[in-house]
Design a protein around this ligand. Structure first.
Ligand code: GLY
Length: 422
């Protein structure tokens, strides 16, 4: 099988590494890729938001399967173009990708499917903002206001704060920029990311993971695209994972089929395990980053064959997934000033060892690898348990040099110390 992967992050680096372990993979290509993926796959610089450009590349590399990593091409309909060209594609249609692209659509689907989620309200008129803020936040009995961009914002459009002025300022800035605002009730309880390979009503869950969205240790500072992740979750009973599948993901997949927007690809449920049970924070229409780096490090089943089965309608017949024993922890090394405008063009050393996945990197003409984005590297450690995986990942992080960079030191620590309670 010849596979083309679309995307340029550490998630795509992780996908390529896992695909390489699949004995049925004959050739790998990636577009646009990064300095780390260049040694794993033929690399092509095309506009991945253009269906025509992706189809032309898929034909050029004679791809049997195209795997689309990021949400933007999916929301723009690139998977539809690939399928229309007669090439199998792992990734939902434009219609189904609205589960991530429009939070209003996602809420509507969840309500129809009877799935527990935060209550919410869309504000698109600044004159209605203050009254709407009064219906959420501490005055309404919530711990905090949750203010989101009702569109794609790479995780950075979300502000969660007990400070009304900060909540108001973020909402007003979004409205000023012409973006409708989604206000949500705050969901307490530990967060879980559950990735499911889905084709129509068939749902195959991967290992549950936890993501760390705030930039600083102890969940401080602004939200980011994700600063680290670990899998599996020693504190989450298997019955709750099964409950998430049967009470949340399967009903949502069935509701999408019922609406004629059948989902084929990776359905990512972001949840809070509240005192009333699992409740949805958001759905995404693709593999999450950085959770994918941890989850795929533990996958023993052939990834190419799994994703191809979903893309060709054979998922229901796929063998039960096999997983390696132990744990995996991912730590993101970010550029100075991330999640603000990141410092770029700094030389990185120590980034070519095993377990160091690239995201915002590029190779300069003189051969040096330099930073080219906010999240620069995702370092993956594994071990017999979470404590061992943490020791492994932080020893790898210590060998990397990138001026001004920062990373969280507490990825997976609360779980190791038994501080996560349901
Ligand atoms: N880990 C957050 C995301 O992928 O959206």
């Amino acid at each position: 099988m010849r596979v083309l992967v679309i995307g340029s992050g550490a998630r795509e680096h992780a996908l390529l590494l896992a695909l390489r372990r699949d004995p049925q993979i004959e050739a790998l290509a990636v577009a646009p890729g990064n300095a780390g993926t260049a040694s794993l796959a033929e690399q092509y610089d095309v506009d991945v938001s253009s269906g025509d450009a992706v189809v032309a590349l898929a034909r050029k590399v004679a791809a049997d399967l195209v795997i689309i990593g990021p949400e933007v091409p999916l929301v723009l309909g690139v998977a539809d173009a690939v399928r229309a060209a007669g090439i199998a594609c792992f990734g939902p249609s434009k219609d189904a990708a609205r589960i991530e692209g429009s939070k209003a659509f996602a809420k509507d689907v969840m309500t129809a499917a009877g799935v527990r989620t935060a209550t919410s309200e869309i504000v698109d008129n600044p004159a209605h903002l203050d009254a709407a803020l009064d219906r959420f936040g501490p005055a309404a009995g919530d711990q905090a206001w949750v203010v989101k961009d009702d569109g794609l914002a790479a995780g950075k459009g979300v502000v969660v704060t007990p400070d009304r002025d900060a909540a108001r300022a973020h909402a007003a800035a979004l409205l000023d920029g012409g973006h409708p605002v989604l206000l949500e009730s705050f969901l307490d309880g530990p967060e879980v990311s559950l990735f499911c390979v889905v084709d129509g009503e068939t749902v195959v869950p991967l290992l549950p993971a936890q993501d760390f969205k705030r930039v600083g240790d102890g969940d401080t500072g602004p939200n980011t695209g994700g600063m680290g992740a670990y899998a599996p979750l020693p504190w989450l009973p298997d019955e709750i994972t099964a409950q998430i599948v049967s009470e949340i993901v399967e009903p949502v997949a069935a509701e999408l089929v019922r609406r004629g927007s059948s989902f084929s690809g990776l359905l990512y449920a972001g949840l809070a395990i509240t005192s009333k049970g699992p409740s949805v924070v958001e759905f995404n229409c693709r593999f999450g980053d950085p959770e994918t780096q941890s989850v795929l490090a533990l996958l023993d089943s052939p990834l190419g064959q799994l994703l191809n089965a979903a893309a060709t309608g054979e998922l229901a017949a796929f063998e039960e997934l096999r997983w390696r024993n132990g744990s995996a922890v991912t730590v993101v090394v970010a550029a100075e000033n991330y999640p603000g405008r990141p410092r770029v063009d700094d030389v990185i050393t120590g980034s070519e060892a095993d377990g160091i996945l690239h995201a915002g990197t590029t190779r300069r003409e003189d051969g040096a690898i330099v930073s080219a984005g906010g999240r620069v590297l995702a370092v993956v450690g594994t071990g017999a348990d979470l404590a061992a995986a943490r020791a492994d990942v932080y020893s790898k992080v210590a060998s990397i040099r990138l001026p001004g960079s920062h990373f969280r030191t507490d990825i997976g620590l609360a779980a190791v110390e038994g501080r996560i309670h349901l």
